[in-house]
Write a protein that binds this ligand. Sequence first.
Ligand SMILES: Nc1ncnc2c1ncn2[C@@H]1O[C@H](COP(=O)(O)OP(=O)(O)OP(=O)(O)O)[C@@H](O)[C@H]1O
Ligand SMILES: [Mg+2]
Length: 157
Amino acid sequence: MTTTPQTLTFISPDETADFAARIGSSLDAGDVLLLSGAIGSGKTHFARSLIQSLMPEPEDVPSPTFTLVQTYDTPAGEIWHCDLYRLNALEEVDELGLVDAFDTAICLVEWPEKLGALAPAAALKLAFETDPDTEETRHVSLSWTDPKWVEKLESAG
Ligand SMILES: Nc1ncnc2c1ncn2[C@@H]1O[C@H](COP(=O)(O)OP(=O)(O)OP(=O)(O)O)[C@@H](O)[C@H]1O
Ligand SMILES: [Mg+2]
């Protein structure tokens, strides 16, 4: 199956948050988003916005920089927000319960390169890039192989 690439541009943190909320509304248990990109490119901002959009009551969404994983119960199901930057060994991925969560929860994973071969093939990949000329602009390239994403992204507009 071929990967279909698509690049979107968001000119402010609010535009990124709106897109995160639109994708969020189409997610189900077993959907995994792999968020790659340099430090400060907007991965946590995107994940936080998505999680908050699915919360009935406003709640703090701290960056999982040190905890590696934060979980949230929402009406859409359980959400796992992971930051694997500080992951030391691949075994930790299983120890954290992340391999099971890929099937049972909505998972948002920062620094997914750390997953190596454990990265789920059916995930949606989002690659964040800053813009050399504009401080608040981000370019996000989307790619996937699982055809389920076509419909989910269409409904995200
Ligand atoms: N269009 C935009 N979309 C997302 N974030 C933006 C945008 N414009 C500016 N920003 C700012 O860029 C910063 C992104 O920080 P964030 O913590 O989300 O990065 P990160 O990719 O998670 O980094 P790390 O690898 O350290 O976890 C935030 O301060 C956010 O407000
Ligand atoms: Mg982050």
